[in-house]
Design a binder for this molecule. Structure first.
Ligand SMILES: CC(C)(COP(=O)(O)OP(=O)(O)OC[C@H]1O[C@@H](n2cnc3c(N)ncnc32)[C@H](O)[C@@H]1OP(=O)(O)O)[C@@H](O)C(=O)NCCC(=O)NCCS
Length: 154
């Protein structure tokens, strides 16, 4: 994960975290993920694999807040442009909205992250609006940036 995408500033450009430099900080992330799966709260993440391959190509995760579920995802650069993020997200959106009590599947992306906005649309989420000065992308800088919200509801 470190070598394939988590240390790549091209990957983290529009993400809420800066590139990881050491495996230790990733271990912290994995510990937090494990705690989320155990407790049922927090960020539930999956590593993504091509069928039959042993090295992960990316990750996707979701957070539940009552009847709402939000998503985040990142792939290693060689995996971009093959519909893989869309495939993973579409599956998790359909799955979440089929669960009792979940009525809204949503995500935001940086307003300049056209590939991610396209993924959200292709996965069946509708554009809802622009959140001005909403989030920070540490790879770019400390300032607040605009984000686009997409959602699917039932
Ligand atoms: C965003 C990301 C997950 C997309 O993954 P992917 O598997 O390449 O996505 P898909 O192949 O399913 O679809 C990408 C779509 O965006 C389009 N696209 C890609 N780069 C684009 C760009 N610079 N401008 C406009 N559209 C772009 C592609 O053409 C494709 O649309 P199409 O099928 O209509 O042609 C991947 O680029 C990534 O990991 N980026 C870094 C992490 C990140 O930004 N995550 C999202 C945080 S909200």
């Amino acid at each position: 994960m470190l070598a394939a995408w988590a240390s790549d500033p091209e990957v983290t450009r529009y993400l809420a975290w800066a590139p990881h430099e050491h495996v230790e900080s990733l271990e912290e992330f994995f510990r937090a993920c494990e705690a989320a799966w155990r407790s049922g709260t927090g960020h539930h993440a999956w590593l993504l694999f091509r069928r039959g391959e042993e090295a992960p190509i990316g990750s996707i995760g979701l957070d539940r807040d009552g009847g709402k579920v939000s998503y985040g995802y990142a792939l290693a650069r060689p995996a971009w442009g093959r519909g893989l993020a869309t495939e993973a997200l579409r599956h998790l959106v359909e799955w979440a909205l089929a669960q009792d009590g979940i009525e809204r599947a949503w995500a935001f992306c940086d307003a300049d992250n056209e590939a991610s906005a396209r993924v959200l649309e292709k996965a069946g989420l509708e554009y809802e609006g622009r959140l001005r000065r909403w989030h920070v992308c540490p790879t770019i800088g400390p300032g607040l940036r605009d984000a686009l919200v997409h959602a699917k509801v039932r």
